[in-house]
Design a protein around this ligand. Sequence first.
Ligand SMILES: [Fe+2]
Ligand SMILES: [Fe+2]
Length: 148
Amino acid sequence: MNIFDIIIEEHKSFRKIANKLEETTSRAVKTRTDLFASLKNELKAHHEAEEKVLFSELCKHKEIKELTLESSEEHNVMEHLIGELESLSVEHENWGPKFKVFKEILEHHLDEEEKEVFSKARKILDKDTCEKLGKKFQKLDESIENSK
Ligand SMILES: [Fe+2]
Ligand SMILES: [Fe+2]
């Protein structure tokens, strides 16, 4: 399967979980905790697989290198915010607002990858490479998630 199709499917799931989480209140401790745990684990594996499999390949092409590095920096910002959310009780009054800020950054990032990075990358990488990277991405993504 083409790496971009795999990644876009995962993005859909992140948007869904983030929407559900945004609707929770500080009283929904278990739902919040469980949804956040799955979003966090899936997102961490996704970022790592994206960086190791796709971004490393894209950085070899100067016409897309800077955009790719920008995406990678956004991963860092999100990981930082995930850490802050983790260290705060889900019942805390700041958790919801902090999650909203995180969600805005996440949505911006997913849109930017899909509309800018991937559409440019599709023109740079040939079909065969996209398939090979897809297999590699899936393998790595699963192994990271299973190791948690
Ligand atoms: Fe990403
Ligand atoms: Fe992504």
